[in-house]
Design a protein around this ligand. Structure first.
Ligand code: ADP
Ligand code: MG
Length: 352
């Protein structure tokens, strides 16, 4: 296992700059996600790591050594074309062995590797069984073992489980995360699904239009997004972003949420509040600012999404349980100043 780094890597296709001045250091053993919308350059980054594309500028390093001139085969980086369906006519063991047999790995080496993976993943007792005799969970574990049986420098996966249905996707990513941790292998994972990225990544890089906008752990990025773009990419419902308005010498977000001036950096143009941080209470007379109105209440069981009409834009609040809020009733909005995000005119986060 070895780390993988980019130093100021740029790759264009004609006039399209697919990856622009990208730098990062993926540590050995890390589960690292590239997350961003379609066409943001995620797959191109994987191709540059694999050596299927060469950078126009900059350097790709594996284990600290430049590999721009090294062929894909000699890089020993494995692309996992994830197919969670097992071959039905082979027993579980032959399924797991298959990628090694296909690569003509010597028999002794295959046995050693399959035994090691099987014991780490606790599937040794299943290897003699055909897939039809395995439970859904066992089958999935065997399929992931097959995907990870090689011993490359790192595994790459490009949106591997997007084709599965929601429930299986959730189970698969939990399993993948656990197995990756058990095997201690570097896994570089591309996804356009925020929940997936948040749940599996040790760290992730947020992509926009070929640029890496932020790198950090999911929690760091969620709590301290570097820009409005990043802030809105993570979290559902999305962060509310409002203009600051003066009212009687005091500052309000969207005219309704009081902002303590102590908390405020200079030159604020946007105030962000995550739905779970927006406090909604019945309006009482004598409050500062103006009331907002409940527009829609969506009970989701454990949580309720409340849409609030401030007269300007609609805000979303995510509340625990089933709050008693009638549509059209007047409400007061507030937020702990420590939970507010402040943005400058270019959408950049401002230090508090
Ligand atoms: P993602 O994986 O995030 O969807 P890609 O890396 O596939 O993004 O693409 C990034 C940009 O580069 C897109 O604008 C895409 O159209 C362009 N691109 C990718 N591969 C090629 C190619 N082989 N030829 C021309 N343009 C490409
Ligand atoms: Mg892609």
């Amino acid at each position: 296992m070895a780390g993988i780094s980019f130093r100021n890597v740029t790759k264009s296709y004609g006039k399209t700059i697919a990856v622009q001045n990208a730098s990062f250091d993926i540590k050995s053993g890390e589960f690292f996600c590239f997350f961003g919308p379609p066409l943001s350059g995620k797959s191109t980054i994987l191709k540059l790591i694999l050596g299927l594309e060469r950078p126009d500028e900059g350097e790709v390093l594996i284990g600290g050594k430049p590999v721009n001139e090294v062929s894909p085969a000699a890089r020993n980086v494995a692309m996992v074309f994830q197919n969670l369906a097992l071959f039905p006519h082979m027993n579980a063991g032959d399924n797991v062995r298959f990628p090694l047999v296909e690569r003509k790995v010597p028999e002794a080496k295959i046995k050693e590797r399959v035994d090691a993976v099987a014991s780490k993943l606790h599937i040794a007792h299943l290897l003699h069984k055909p897939p039809s005799q395995l439970s859904g969970g066992e089958r999935q574990r065997v399929a992931i073992a097959r995907a990870l049986v090689r011993d490359p420098v790192a595994y790459l996966m490009d949106d591997p489980i997007s084709a599965l249905d929601a429930r299986l996707r959730e189970e698969t990513r939990v399993e993948l995360k656990r197995i990756q941790g058990e095997l201690g292998q570097t896994l570089i994972y591309v996804t356009h699904d925020q929940e997936e990225a948040m749940s599996v990544a040790d760290r992730m890089a947020i992509m926009e239009n070929g640029h890496i906008r932020q790198i950090g752990s999911p929690v760091e990025i969620y709590d301290r997004p570097a820009s409005q773009y990043v802030a809105r990419l993570l979290g559902a419902p999305v962060m509310n972003i409002m203009a600051a308005e003066q009212n009687d010498g005091q500052l309000f977000a969207e005219g309704t949420i009081k902002v303590s001036v102590d908390a405020l950096p200079k030159a604020v143009s946007g105030i962000g509040i995550r739905p779970e941080d927006l406090k909604v209470e019945a309006w009482t007379d004598g409050r500062e600012g103006r009331p907002a109105r409940v527009f829609e209440v969506e009970p989701l069981g454990g949580y309720t999404v409340v849409t609030i009409d401030t007269g300007g834009q609609k805000l979303r609040a995510l509340m625990r349980g089933q709050p008693r809020l009638e549509p059209d009733s007047a409400v007061a909005l507030s937020c702990d100043p420590a939970k507010m995000h402040f943005f400058g005119s270019a959408g950049e986060a401002l230090a508090k």
